[in-house]
Design a protein around this ligand. Structure first.
Ligand code: URA
Length: 305
């Protein structure tokens, strides 16, 4: 469980960044209840406090080499260690058969991949992909979080709701696109409950052979990189996400459009201009896919003249 000072520091950090509200799901509320009970017990040492035994909020995998920074939830906003641990040379066994047979074979390899075990910093529940493996549009996010791990499906939490809203505005549903992440396991943290962190460079490089193979199996016509991790993993370079937006890139011949991560929109709910920028990225994808675009769609989130 997260320590109270760590949690308070993290909330203060969000407040300084201008965030005024946070979403608390059932499990997060449970964590806060436990912290409250502990604090109350500490304040009233002589009184007997009847505590129900603390329930583990989410199954945690022992982490063999935890980064001590992970004990602090604010650490997920700090850069992860740059130095990649030496990894065994990744060599996937070529997959055969139909698209879904090949993806099943790829998943089986990901479930036993020695580099992941060697790293010891990823959790054990695989969250591979969702949607239609024959889709023309592939969306690539960063890594699963708490809700995604629980649902064993990417973008199952609030960021997924936002993503579904974007797809709906495009006239698409989750089942009409292919949704995946660079990293297929939720990055682990010490005493982890509902907290998430960004994947480290070592975790990303261990995962990239799978994303690469997934792209060559699905063969999308367009890839949408959601956020900086996906953009950097696919396109490399040290440029900012803002500098990569607004143009077509290529990943081994497949056109790539870079956009902000849906979580970014969640944290900037009031910003029409951020929404418009994401929407312009999606309009570019729709044009590339020769999808019909109504005048109404073209005008979404346009500032009023
Ligand atoms: N959930 C995912 O599956 N991926 C992200 O990048 C964020 C949330």
């Amino acid at each position: 469980m997260t320590s109270a000072p760590g949690l308070i520091d993290y909330l203060k950090h969000l407040q300084v960044k201008g965030q005024t509200h946070i979403h608390l799901d059932h499990d997060a509320k449970q964590v806060l209840r436990e912290l409250y009970k502990k604090a109350r017990a500490a304040r009233m040492p002589q009184q007997q406090v009847v505590n129900t035994p603390a329930q583990p909020v989410a199954p945690t995998k022992p982490v063999s080499a935890p980064n001590p920074d992970f004990a602090n939830p604010a650490a997920r906003l700090e850069p992860q260690p740059k130095k990649a641990a030496p990894l065994p040379v990744a060599k996937l066994t070529p997959t055969q058969g139909s698209i879904s047979e090949r993806l099943t074979a790829l998943k089986a390899q990901a479930s036993q991949w020695p580099a992941f075990a060697k790293l010891g910093t990823l959790r054990s529940t695989m969250v591979f992909s969702a949607g239609n493996p024959e889709a023309d549009i592939m969306l690539v996010g960063e890594a699963p979080g708490f809700q995604d791990e629980r649902a064993q499906s990417p973008f199952a939490g609030p960021a997924g709701d936002k993503l579904e809203g974007i797809l709906k505005a495009m006239g698409l549903s989750r089942d009409e696109v292919y949704i995946t992440n660079v990293v297929k396991y939720r990055p682990a943290m010490a005493d982890q409950s509902t907290g998430n962190r960004k994947p480290s460079e070592a975790e990303i490089s261990a995962s990239l052979p799978f994303l690469n193979e997934e792209i060559s199996i699905v063969q999308p016509k367009v890839i949408i990189a959601l956020g900086a991790t996906a953009a950097k993993s696919l396109l490399g370079g040290n440029g900012s996400l803002a500098s990569q937006r607004g143009a077509w890139h290529s990943y081994e011949g497949t056109p790539v459009r870079v956009s902000y991560h849906p979580s970014y929109l969640l944290h900037n709910e009031k910003s029409i201009s951020d929404k418009r920028q994401v929407w312009e990225d999606m309009l570019a994808v729709m044009e590339k896919m020769q999808m019909q675009i109504s005048e109404k769609q073209r005008g979404y989130f346009k500032p009023k003249a």
